[in-house]
Design a protein around this ligand. Structure first.
Ligand code: AP5
Ligand code: ZN
Length: 218
């Protein structure tokens, strides 16, 4: 089964993708994670995109489509793919359709995680931190790092905050979402692939709702 998680910054795409990886052996393909890895390893491309990302703008279609193409060609996609944060523009969506067809893959569901509350989205990304060792995502309010300072998943003790998780970048990221990415809701609705879940519910409830979509119950 191959799915797309679609939603604004802070909707919980990464959180739900990790749960699906753990629970169903699916493979998470996050263009945000791929770009951050490129930055960390100091590649030429990583250096080029750093400022664009920190300001909250979209990276070019060519770069992100190239990253996804490279990963799909590697194969070994386990129990199916979760596209997290990709596609984000209509051109990316067309490119994905073409790439998947080329690899004999089918898209099963596009799950829109609806969070129509920009203040909640800002609050979610403002309180976010990530385990430097395993990538587990925390939130100061809703899922704090345990008082002993150890990651619940790997015991790691170093946690990072993202350069784009500030109010100014978040305004740009939200604007980019509504302008460039929200049209994909209609695009996939017409293709009869769109399913919507209420991303404002608490994490476990969202996870159950996504499970019901994958089981074909809704
Ligand atoms: P990317 O890394 O994709 O970030 P994003 O889309 O802005 O999404 P986030 O990672 O911020 O949020 P999320 O929905 O994953 O939420 P999370 O689960 O972490 O992209 C970053 C940048 O890279 C872009 O701005 C762009 O520059 C570039 N880029 C990436 N892909 C691109 C593409 N395809 N094209 C062009 N450019 C691209 O949750 C957030 C917080 O809320 C966490 O602390 C979590 O614990 C908490 N939380 C989660 N669920 C809930 C819940 N149900 N209730 C309460 N709190 C919750
Ligand atoms: Zn960890």
């Amino acid at each position: 089964m191959n799915i797309i998680l679609l939603g604004p910054p802070g909707a919980g795409k990464g959180t739900q993708a990790r749960l699906l990886v753990e629970g169903r052996g699916m493979v998470q393909l996050s263009t945000g994670d791929m770009l951050r890895a490129a930055r960390k390893s100091g590649t030429e491309m990583g250096r080029r995109v750093a400022e664009v990302m920190d300001k909250g703008h979209l990276v070019t279609d060519e770069i992100v489509v190239g990253l996804i193409r490279e990963r799909l060609l590697q194969g070994d996609l386990g129990g199916g793919v979760i596209f997290d944060g990709f596609p984000r523009t209509l051109r990316q969506a067309d490119a994905l359709e073409e790439m998947m067809a080329g690899e004999g893959m089918r898209l099963d569901h596009v799950i829109e995680m609806r969070v129509d509350d920009d203040e909640e989205l800002v609050a979610r990304v403002s309180g976010r931190s990530t385990c430097g060792a395993c990538g587990e995502v925390y939130h100061d309010r809703t899922k704090p790092v345990p008082p002993d300072g150890h990651c619940v998943k790997c015991g790691g003790t170093s946690f990072t905050r993202r350069g784009d998780d500030n109010a100014e970048s978040m305004r740009t990221r939200l604007f980019a979402y509504y302008k460039e990415t929200a049209p994909l809701v209609g695009y996939y609705h017409v293709k009869r692939l769109l399913r919507s879940v209420d991303g404002l519910r608490e994490m476990d409830a969202v996870s159950r709702d996504i499970g019901r979509v994958l089981e074909g119950q809704v």
